[in-house]
Ligand binder design. Structure first.
Ligand code: KG4
Ligand code: ZN
Length: 340
């Protein structure tokens, strides 16, 4: 017998996502982004994001239902991100999800945003092998996780960034280099014509004795700013392509080195990389190379599943519903700084 049809809602940052999943199969995947509205501020403005979710919520859910060829009455459960994320943004998604669940008389599941990112890969490559190491790298997160069973076992948080996220570092340095927002893709493009060895940027927290799984990217941003300043003090413009290539090399080196160290230490044969920064050509290239030489399988879901979306939340809801998990009470609230 077919399992429940689960509608997933995501609204923790600037993407309003609705996805529909049944038995691990993706039936619909719709995302509206307010990124363009934040561009001139150089980052996400919480108030603008919340209002954009309010406008996008119903149209996005309607489009997801249309895409799956379903009526609202054919949804069996709703899953929604309760945190972490921007409080106002989360509240819009949760209010919408609660209303849908209450009106339809179906269970509501609260989902941790990072569990969603982990589950995203299952929609592309099937169930996750146990155990696996998951590297989540985006504008908001840089987290290294050890996952056994997404629903039954707690996710083990191996490490996190102590300051900026990897994507944030790309975005901030891009701004310093005069490249457009979001900076990650712009750095990736600029780096194609650059020499990654032209500048030696630091590899933060990679010395013996450093926390093997913690990240730090704010020093890298400062190093890049200083490099730009040195050129300008000499009255010349910095070679942007070289700077972009060297920065990308430093970030990719640190991310993949630590992810593979985690695989080695925990005897894990599968590395999953998700988040917007997984799109970076050097991060992918170096991950492929280092995984191949370590005998580790690399899984990177399609880019539309890597970035924030509702399908990944539906994927967790689908696992929870099929495992008979307890639904959330209708007075459940958001938890903007939810721990794992
Ligand atoms: O997952 P995502 O869409 O949103 C969240 O932050 O949750 O990730 C966006 C981040 C931005 O910082 C963006 O600059 C970065 O991912 N990014 C990239 C690339 N594409 C997106 N960074 C480096 N290279 C890319 N090709
Ligand atoms: Zn995210």
């Amino acid at each position: 017998m077919a399992g429940p049809v689960v509608l997933g809602i995501e609204s923790s940052c600037d993407e309003t996502g609705a996805g529909i999943v049944r038995d691990g199969e993706l039936l619909a995947h719709v995302v509206a982004s307010s990124m363009d509205e934040h561009a001139r501020f150089g980052g996400v403005v919480p108030e603008i994001a919340a209002r954009a979710h309010l406008q996008a919520f119903n149209p996005v859910v309607r489009r997801a239902l249309d895409e799956a060829g379903l009526r609202p009455g054919q949804i069996d459960a709703v899953a929604v991100t309760t945190g972490p994320g921007l409080s106002g943004a989360l509240q819009v998604g949760l209010a919408g999800a609660k209303t849908f669940a209450y009106a339809a008389g179906i269970p509501l599941y609260g989902v941790h945003h990072l569990a969603g990112h982990v589950a995203a890969d299952t929609l592309d490559h099937g169930p996750l092998p146990s155990p696996c190491v998951v590297l989540i790298v985006s504008g908001g997160h840089t987290s290294l996780l050890l996952v056994r069973d997404l629903v039954r076992d707690p996710i083990l948080h191996l490490g996190d960034t102590l300051d900026d996220a990897a994507g944030e570092c790309f975005d901030k340095v891009a701004r310093i280099l005069g490249l457009p927002y979001p900076g990650g893709p712009a750095i990736d493009r600029a780096a194609k014509d650059g020499d990654p060895l032209a500048v030696r940027f630091p590899r933060p927290l990679t010395r013996p004795g450093d926390d093997p799984y913690a990240f730090s990217f704010s020093g890298l941003k400062t190093a890049a700013a200083r490099w730009v300043e040195q050129h300008r003090l000499r009255g010349e413009e910095p070679p942007v392509a070289d700077g972009a290539a060297a920065l990308q090399e430093a970030v990719a080196d640190v991310l993949t080195r630590k992810a593979l160290a985690a695989c080695r230490a925990h005897d894990v044969r599968t590395l999953v990389v998700v988040g917007g920064v997984a799109a970076n050509s050097r991060v992918r290239g170096l991950a492929e190379k280092r995984c191949a030489s370590a005998g580790v399988e690399l899984r990177v879901p399609a880019m539309t599943l890597c970035t924030d979306n509702g399908a990944m939340i539906a994927a967790v809801g689908d696992l929870l519903a099929r495992a008979g998990a307890e639904p959330a009470p209708l007075d459940v609230s958001v938890d903007p700084s939810a721990p794992l």
